[in-house]
Design a protein around this ligand. Structure first.
Ligand code: PGA
Length: 255
């Protein structure tokens, strides 16, 4: 079975004390994962070190710590940035790249993201690559072409062995933080389309193994219905991941 992932994106939220408490609550959940299920927590950068250490000492091997971003260069005079190499040296295993908030507020382009993906892979980080269309594109009915372009421009330079390491997150921008979720039908339709885009480029076997997460107002109340879609392999969750009980239910909704 394909990997099924419950990924939390804490964004720029929580104090250290609140973050430690939330993490401890999640690590204490009485949950026995199947081998194909995992939890990824993308915590704010200052909390990466304590988060990695808490997960390690908990012995919960299905929990992984992710960064929310990484820079496209190895090291040097880039004040305020964090490199993939630094993250790797901390024991961080994943990195979210191309979140719509990074694209919108920090001007990240498809070309910059292609470089960031390369840098992440060089340092053995699993990129959680985000794509998704704004409302105007959805209303015009051109979302498939829009999202396919994001994928082609930032990922299609990768070879087969590299693409196999990537996780995709489809996050329609109109559903992020709005409480307005895509319907299960809309999610399945886009995920199946994305898989066909990868199949055309890399073949059906590679596409079949690629985890494609849905993101955008996932919560305890809708996770099960969305995750049940055959091409949805879990979720990337913002708001609801800040509440232990909500995120626990989302973890339990994994196939
Ligand atoms: P949301 O955020 O769950 O709060 O909509 C999802 C995301 O931005 O990853």
């Amino acid at each position: 079975m394909r990997k099924q992932i419950a990924a939390a994106n804490w964004k720029m939220n929580l104090t250290l004390g609140q973050a430690e408490k939330l993490l401890d609550n999640l690590l204490a959940i009485d949950w026995t994962p199947n081998t194909h299920q995992e939890v990824v927590l993308a915590v704010p950068a200052p909390y990466l070190v304590p988060a990695v250490s808490r997960v390690k000492s908990s012995g919960r091997t299905h929990f992984h710590i992710s960064s929310q971003n990484a820079y496209s260069e190895v090291s040097g005079a880039y004040t305020g940035e964090t490199s993939a190499q630094m993250l790797q040296s901390l024991g961080v295993t994943h990195v979210i790249l191309g979140h719509s908030e990074r694209r919108e507020y920090f001007g990240e382009t498809d070309a910059v993201l292609a470089k960031k993906v390369d840098m992440a892979l060089v340092h053995d980080l699993i990129p959680i690559f985000c794509c998704g269309e704004p409302l105007s594109i959805r209303e015009a009915g051109t979302q498939n072409a829009f999202v396919a372009k994001q994928i082609e421009h930032s990922l299609f330079h990768l070879d087969e062995s590299q693409i196999k390491k990537v996780v995709i997150a489809y996050e329609p921008i109109w559903a992020i933080g709005t409480g307005k979720t895509a319907t299960a039908g809309q999610a399945q339709e886009m995920h199946a389309f994305l898989r066909s885009v990868f199949a055309k480029k890399y073949g059906a076997t590679v596409a079949d193994h690629l985890p494609i997460l849905y993101g955008g107002s996932v919560k305890a109340a809708n996770a099960q219905e969305i995750f049940a879609c055959p091409d949805v392999d879990g979720g990337l969750v913002g708001g609801a991941s800040l509440v232990a009980g909500e995120f626990e239910a989302i973890i339990r909704a994994l196939k």
